[in-house]
Design a protein around this ligand. Structure first.
Ligand SMILES: O=C(O)[C@H]1O[C@H](OP(=O)(O)OP(=O)(O)OC[C@H]2O[C@@H](n3ccc(=O)[nH]c3=O)[C@H](O)[C@@H]2O)[C@H](O)[C@@H](O)[C@H]1O
Length: 439
């Protein structure tokens, strides 16, 4: 049985957990020839089936890896061929003088979609990459894809762990920048499917950096870290200079690991790397696994919503940051990113390495978020106050953004009330007032 470049992927993306291959059976050898015949027939059939499911194709890949009957619902995707290559090149082509050619990973995701549209609008070439996993409703990702297609942005369907695919994309197009947003998100889900965080946030990131460091020219990389790296810190507001060595979730730990990995690739290969610590990003086309999103759904459906509170009735609060402000921050970081200094795997000099907070600088208690939603939806929420579970949540977040302000004029302008109004307007137009079902 031949092995493919996907064989070494350590874990699963999305909601799927590794299962043992159903094709591995143990047989007890019997001494009758009938039993032997039966045994060898099974082995033969098994080999055919294993070959059928695992045989790699130079032109096709799935968004998953080797032991993969556990990932049935991840659509098998194909790439390659002249039409596909033409679409890749056309999407990545720069349309203005001094524009960039940008690979956006996680382009069908919430932040990825918004950033892609903004880049395209100003004339940059944008190629998307996304594995469309079903961590949350893939239909929403498909709708975002349609939105991007209308702007002339092609999303390649594939996984950042697919080295051959990444190499192919860089062969076809000399990207000046990579905006790396593909990740396994969500702090609480990490207890359900820890390996998906390692797969996407660590292994996938390393694969991407390997491809970037080998390419010529090397792109500058802007990537999504997280406010969660501040973990159990109590000093507020959180500054980039603060310690980040006490993460409260595996998600946070993988993002922190990403920051250290970025340091290594910058140090050894001269890659220009900018990490952005996003603070609870919300807005239209958002992520259904986030509280503001499913609170909206459940309030409209008359379902109760769990509101966490800390010990001794302590307030749980977040520095909720509106998507348009985050997009401005991403573009500011991209525009001020210096070129990588290496090429073809060799460092030629010191390169830029940065980390920025992108928050709103004004934390809001979760109970106030619910009050705003009640007013906007004109429905009273059924609140159930619960103790903050110990499954990854931290009590509060609060960004100090002075570094991003100084470096590229980052200045958030949307307060939670205004941003949620825009979100609710989008939600109602997309889903209706609760009747149209949503996963
Ligand atoms: O900044 C980040 O880097 C992260 O932001 C986001 O994480 P969080 O800030 O935890 O957002 P989110 O889950 O919406 O919970 C919001 C608030 O509602 C509270 N919360 C949550 C669920 C619930 O049932 N009840 C509740 O009170 C909860 O305690 C919290 O106070 C991203 O999901 C994550 O991927 C990462 O990007």
């Amino acid at each position: 049985m031949s092995s493919s470049h996907m064989d070494n992927i350590p874990s699963t993306p999305g909601k799927f957990k590794m299962e043992k291959s159903p094709y591995i059976h143990r047989f007890r050898l019997h001494y009758s020839s009938l039993a032997k015949l039966t045994f060898w027939s099974f082995v033969f059939m098994g080999l055919i089936l294993v070959f059928f499911f695992k045989s790699p194709s130079s032109k096709s890949t799935s968004s998953s890896s080797s032991s993969d009957l556990s990932r049935r619902s991840l659509k098998t995707t194909s790439w390659g061929g002249p039409v596909w290559e033409k679409r890749v090149k056309s999407s990545a082509r720069i349309r203005t003088r001094n524009g960039f050619s940008v690979l956006v990973t996680g382009a069908a995701g919430f932040v990825g979609t918004h950033v892609s549209v903004a880049l395209k609008r100003r004339g940059d070439g944008v190629l998307g990459l996304d594995n469309f996993n079903d961590y949350y409703d893939p239909n929403l990702k498909r709708s975002r894809q349609s939105l991007l297609e209308r702007s002339g942005i092609f999303i390649v369907e594939g996984d950042i762990n697919d080295v051959a695919l990444l190499n192919k994309l860089f062969d076809l197009n000399p990207f000046t920048h990579v905006v790396h947003l593909a990740a396994q998100a969500g702090v609480r889900y990490a207890m359900e499917n820890p390996s998906s965080y390692v797969h996407s946030n660590i292994a996938g990131f390393v694969n991407l950096l390997e491809t970037c460091k080998n390419s010529n020219p090397q792109p500058a990389i802007i990537w999504a870290s997280s406010s969660s790296v501040y973990g159990l810190n109590t000093k507020v507001p959180f500054s980039e200079k603060d310690r980040t060595d006490q993460p409260a979730s595996l998600y946070a730990a993988t993002k922190k690991a990403g920051e250290e990995i970025a340091h290594t690739y910058n140090h050894i290969y001269g890659l220009s790397l900018t990490g952005l610590r996003f603070f609870t990003v919300y807005g239209p086309w958002g992520r259904p696994d986030m509280a503001y999103f499913f609170f909206t759904k459940d309030i409209l459906r008359g379902k109760s919503i769990p509101i966490f509170e800390a010990a001794n009735h302590g307030t749980v609060a977040r520095d909720f940051t509106y998507i348009d402000d985050i997009v401005k921050g991403c573009l500011g970081a991209l525009d001020t990113a210096e070129k990588s200094t290496g090429s073809g795997g060799k460092k030629r000099g010191p390169a830029q390495l940065r980390v920025f907070n992108l928050g709103n600088t004004s934390p809001v208690p979760v109970s106030d978020l619910v009050s705003i939603l009640e007013r906007l939806l004109k429905v009273k929420a059924k609140r159930v106050v619960m103790k903050l579970p110990r499954n990854g949540d931290v009590q509060f977040t609060h960004a100090n953004i002075s570094f991003a302000r100084r470096e590229f004029g980052y200045k958030p302008t949307t307060d939670l009330q205004t941003g949620l109004k825009k979100f609710v307007r989008w939600y109602l137009s997309y889903y209706g007032s609760g009747k149209k079902s949503e996963q």
